[in-house]
Ligand binder design. Sequence first.
Ligand SMILES: Nc1ncnc2c1ncn2[C@@H]1O[C@H](COP(=O)(O)OP(=O)(O)O)[C@@H](O)[C@H]1O
Ligand SMILES: [Mg+2]
Length: 449
Amino acid sequence: MNVNEVVKFVDKIVFDKTGKHLDDIQIAVVQGTWERQTYDDIAQECNVTKNHVGDVGAELWQLLSKAFDEDIKKNNFRSTFERLQITSSQFINIQSSHNFKFCSYPTQNNNNSQENHIHHKLSYHDLTLASKIINFYNRETELKTLSNWILNQKTPLISVLGLSGIGKTTLVKRFVDLNLQQFEVIIWRSLKFPKSLNLLIDDLLNVCKQETKEVIDDKLKQLFDIFKDKKCLIILDNLENIFIHRQYAGQYKPEHQDYQTFLQMITGIEHQSSIILISQEKCQEMISLDSELYPSHCLELSGLGDAATEILKNQRLQDEEVWLNLIKLYEGHPRYLQYISILIKEVFQGEVAEFLKENNLILTEDIKSMFYLTWMRLSEVEKQMLLEVSQTKQPLSRDEIKKLLSPSSTDVINGIQSLNRRFLLTKSETNEKLFNLSPVLKAYLKIIS
Ligand SMILES: Nc1ncnc2c1ncn2[C@@H]1O[C@H](COP(=O)(O)OP(=O)(O)O)[C@@H](O)[C@H]1O
Ligand SMILES: [Mg+2]
């Protein structure tokens, strides 16, 4: 926002509240305060007394404080307005909208008075590190599920889970983009380079312009006060990075053990906010032990289905009549299909039918790298189990898996649970007692065995 936009913005608010536009002195007060001038300087420029400028200012700050439900004064006017999530383009929308709204985001449902109240309150939205979404296909059911859990049921802890590249980040970002106006605080953080819980909480409190206390207990109290007072949505992406490698899924690294307590607090304490965890691994805290006492939900993503044809269309591939075969082969997994499309363009002149004639599930180096990263996270039992199970064509029962392996029965059972929590070993669609590996994973295991 530049100074002219600020003046126009304040003028719009004042006009909405009083029916009158800003006069010359009021404009000078807004401009001067924005430029960090003293009342003395402003008074000299306008040729009026300092007291008069002070009175005009006091009246303005009172009006703005009421409009935003926040204490606005000369010494915090600029910092407060800089906090507003208003870009020039959004400002144009505000100007042209009939009723004043604090933010003009895309809305799904705008006729609720509580929502309108949120528009007028100051929002702390920090989506700097969230990916930009240009194309978004399918996932209507998943979006509805998220809306129901978060907006209707007000579930405090939601986990969006699935294989790397399946579309977790994209889905959650789309949900956030569609529902920005529903939350006073939205903060997106990635734990790709995980930081201590202490630093994460400092970071969250900073975004909410809170001076952080010294001790972690006090900081948590500050944070939960905000969760109670404001409707917040916090997204923690790439959560799997706080889990330890070469052990069963969802075990916290020693230095990140306190995240476990934090996640337990989110479901155990009453507040009005939601946290979305995005992860390739499920951990115990995501699974509700008692749905009334500790409300939480998991959304496990599978492929995009037929809608993945849009990905192939985007890559301008040929032979549309066989696209569904390609999608089926790669299980509608958007990232695999993106990599394969590039390969087809580069080596098969974009001819999908030619590629399919290879009659072989081909893995590009990029797909192999994705699997390698997952492989490196597995415990020895899980690795052994995958290699053995990949040798068989049919889905296997728990007892059949046990027979294939030498580790103890407990290890095998824990291994099955862990592979299931990583979405690598899945239950057969036709028989819940049988376990399956995806053909793409089998192709990878064949390469490395
Ligand atoms: N619903 C979707 N519509 C269009 N593209 C998608 C969709 N879901 C995922 N993608 C594409 O697939 C790729 C991987 O998605 P991403 O959300 O990063 O996966 P994840 O977070 O599960 O690792 C991205 O390039 C994204 O553009
Ligand atoms: Mg992601």
